[in-house]
Design a protein around this ligand. Structure first.
Ligand code: FYN
Ligand code: ADP
Length: 579
């Protein structure tokens, strides 16, 4: 080939086609970890004006991509090296799929001919085959001219219908492959309407409205699908217009402010068994809702139906009846469904929509107020050492004063107590372990939340949970992100008091180094590390973190006897089942 400068200008290669295809589709950020064969891809992407955020482990980059997808409705991109790097990203990809977050894992891979003959290549692995059962779709591109189609298919698969994780396999050889620049440009696809609206059928909407109209004790459950849909104003209007009490699932907290008078969050165990008609909006009847049956729902035993009728709004037509009968499935995107419901209510009832019976609302208010008052008493106490409540009372105030801050949350007790104590005021500000109860999302989510929003992030981390992604505090410092990590340090998994029954020198499996100083990890990279043993110290440190926007890690010392085994989900522990 003639390699004069002029000719070179007219040639493009696989590296640039990947970058151009992403940029053409409005993707401006890559979360990843450089190495063979994608190191130059990260360099070139940065040179071409993309934001490239490098992590210390691919799982954290993957978690960052996944949550960026949830926040933006655009697929978050995670870029990894072949085999081991790919596998490290795979947990995040699978978690994204489970949670319905749109994400694309792009991994370089080794020479196809050698991999397929199993001749022992560098980082040899049939990555496409391994990814397939774990994600929504998986594609491989073998030729430069197909990069445009590959990226377009990946984007569509990630964001259309029920969002999820997509794997895109790019063999090393592809990156260096050249083609005529003009032909290359023409081969790219700007995806038109990647997540088309899905309008619900009129009769389905009518069926749902009829059920709601006849309800004596209606309840709405808002899930993270409702938060994802960004139909905040219509969802609020629907809830307020109908006057129906609602229960937010964890990541739907703040869709309406948790202080809203129709929130039944503080009366959860009362409303679930009592409700007669339940409308699920972007929430699945999985384990988090006890599969829609059993004692939680007022059933006679752990498998029995509680007698509720269900309306389910979901984009996935297969979701209905997954656990119990859905009497009125409404299939469509939540924005379109809720606006159709609003219109149907207006046309059938006009301004005469009858709000739920006063007895139902009063009964909920009574339970709720009692629980809130009880909680207020507990929060007011200042025990020494700190417990989860006295520490979270501080976090609660900080979020109240900074409602735009994004709260990342993982752990067992640190997760469960934060969920019920810290009120959220704005949509999509609470990011947590989601459907899988996964540990290790903390720092990946925190980095992405700061990068995507440009605003303050507060990560409330159990000491065990933090350990999974703790090294990313270096990433937080490197990009100087306004992230304040608070490690709830109670010396172990659940608590720090277990002992080795044999009397041997190994500590119990749930116990960590006592009195560890996680704050020093932040010091090591030039951030602000603070050791806090009282609510007053914690408050001062958090206020300063928010004021300065400096990377901060607060080692919050919690009473090592304070946690409960498995937090609020003790019943899932097999030994609890045996008893
Ligand atoms: C809630 N509650 C409140 C408030 N909000 N009381 C007072 N004030 C406020 N603001 C009450 C609520 O009514 C419940 O009491 C209780 O607090 C707990 O509320 P929560 O958290 O909503 O309810 P619950 O029963 O814990 O919900 C079940 C669950 C949840 C499965 C949805 O536990 C969950 O999301 N768990 C995820 C666990 C997880 O993934 N862990 C990671 C793995 S840890 P009652 O009504 O009296 O019951 C590995 O070990
Ligand atoms: P939670 O854990 O908060 O209950 P889930 O993850 O179980 O929430 O449920 C989310 C549901 O929302 C999924 O069934 C998914 O298909 C659905 N969903 C996601 N995005 C949309 C959307 N834009 N429109 C309609 N449904 C959606």
């Amino acid at each position: 080939m003639d390699m004069t400068t002029d000719t070179k200008l007219e040639v493009t290669d696989g590296f640039h086609l990947v970058i151009d295809a992403l940029k053409l589709n409005g993707i401006d950020t890559i979360f990843g970890l450089p190495g063979i064969p994608i190191t130059d891809l990260t360099r070139m992407a940065q040179a071409e004006g993309m934001r490239v955020i490098s992590f210390r482990h691919e799982q954290n980059a993957g978690n960052a991509a996944a949550i960026a997808g949830f926040m933006t409705q655009k697929p978050g991109i995670c870029l990894t090296v072949s085999a081991p790097g790919f596998l490290n990203g795979l947990t995040a990809l699978t978690n994204a799929t489970t949670n319905c977050f749109p994400m694309i894992l792009i991994s370089g891979s080794s020479e196809r001919e050698i991999v397929d003959l199993q001749q022992g290549d560098y980082e040899e692995m049939d990555q496409l085959a391994i990814a397939k059962p774990l994600c929504k779709a998986a594609f491989r591109v073998l030729h430069a001219e197909d990069i445009g189609v590959g990226v377009a298919r990946a984007i569509r698969a990630a964001v259309s219908g029920r969002p999820g994780g997509v794997y895109l396999d790019l063999p090393a050889k592809l990156f260096a492959e050249t083609m005529d620049a003009e032909a290359g440009k023409k081969s790219l696809i700007k995806v038109v309407d990647p997540a088309p609206r899905q309008i619900p059928a009129e009769d389905a909407v009518q069926r749902a409205v009829e059920l709601l109209k006849g309800a004596k004790r209606p309840l709405i459950v808002l899930g993270k699908g409702a938060a994802y849909a960004q139909a905040d104003a219509d969802i609020r209007a629907f809830i307020e217009k109908t006057g129906i009490p609602y229960l937010p699932m964890s990541m739907a907290k703040g869709l309406l402010p948790d202080t809203h008078e129709q929130s039944a969050a503080a009366a959860r165990s009362y409303v679930l068994p009592q409700a007669d008609v339940v409308m699920l909006i972007g929430a699945r009847l999985n384990w988090l809702l006890s599969h829609g049956k059993g004692k939680t729902w007022g059933g006679k035993d752990h498998k029995a139906w509680g007698g509720q009728k269900f309306i389910q709004i979901d984009i996935s037509p297969q979701e209905a009846d997954s656990n119990v009968r859905i009497d009125a499935p409404v299939v469509g995107d939540i924005g379109s469904c809720v606006s159709a419901l609003l219109a149907a209510i207006d046309s059938t009832a006009g301004s005469n929509w009858v709000k739920p019976p006063a007895e139902w609302l009063t009964a909920i208010a009574e339970r709720k107020n009692k629980n809130i008052a009880k909680m207020a008493d507990t929060l007011a106490k200042v025990p020494k050492p700190m417990n989860f409540h006295s520490a979270l009372n501080v976090v609660r105030d900080i979020i109240k004063a900074n409602p735009e801050a994004i709260l990342v949350n993982e752990g067992a007790n640190a997760l469960d107590f934060t969920r019920s104590i810290v009120d959220m005021y704005k949509p999509r500000k609470r990011l947590d372990v989601g459907t899988w109860g996964i540990m290790g999302i903390g720092m990946g989510f925190a980095v992405a939340a700061a990068v995507v929003s440009g605003g303050q992030v507060i990560a409330i981390e159990g000491d065990s949970a933090f350990g999974f992604s703790g090294m990313e505090v270096e990433t937080i410092c490197r990009y100087n992100l306004p992230v304040c990590v608070v490690v709830f340090n109670n010396n172990g998994v659940y608590r720090g008091t277990d002992v080795n029954p044999t009397g041997g020198s190994d500590v119990a499996p749930t116990v960590f180094v006592k009195n560890a100083r996680y704050d020093k990890l932040m010091d090591a990279f030039g951030g602000v590390g603070v050791h806090a043993t009282t609510p007053a110290e914690l408050r001062r440190a958090m206020e300063e973190a928010v004021r300065s926007r400096k990377p901060t890690l607060i080692n919050a010392v919690i009473d090592e006897t304070a946690g409960t085994e498995s937090g609020r989900i003790t019943s899932l522990n097999p030994s609890a089942k045996k008893k």
